[in-house]
Ligand binder design. Structure first.
Ligand SMILES: [Zn+2]
Length: 134
């Protein structure tokens, strides 16, 4: 038995997938929606798993500062040297920046903030989502 709460956070990002035959191999962007779910066996003295504002403070600020309006790219992407040269912000992942891997990136950050996160769901479009959970 456990309780969980979910907070939604939206952000915009660009990406492309390397070694991929479909149209996601071209640079394009998404209005992504992250669902951060935290889970606990017991509620606190206020009857909460966690204050929604604590999730906002720990995750949304980081998303706004590090991911929002960034290109999220595979570290092997040949575009990176050009972005670097122009001083454009980007995020480099060790793997393709799929919704799955971006969900994992956010999950790892939530863990590092000490949140009892149980899953991160990233809606890449209103009809397609990926989940990373322990
Ligand atoms: Zn995409």
């Amino acid at each position: 038995m456990s309780f969980s709460v979910t907070r939604s956070i939206s952000f915009c990002y660009g990406h492309r997938l390397l070694d991929y035959a479909g149209k996601c191999r071209f640079l394009h962007g998404h209005n992504g929606l992250i669902e951060v779910t935290v889970k606990k066996r017991r509620l606190d003295r206020l009857g909460m798993v966690m204050d929604f504002s604590e999730i906002k403070t720990k995750i949304q600020r980081w998303v706004d500062a590090e991911l929002d309006h960034r290109m999220i790219l595979n570290e092997r992407d040949p575009l990176i040297p050009e972005l670097k040269r122009r001083g454009e912000p980007y995020v480099a992942l060790k793997a393709n920046p799929t919704a799955e891997n971006i969900a994992r990136l956010i999950f790892d950050h939530a863990k590092s903030e000490g949140l009892p996160v149980s899953s991160i769901r990233l809606w890449e479009t209103p009809s397609s989502a990926a989940v990373y959970e322990e």
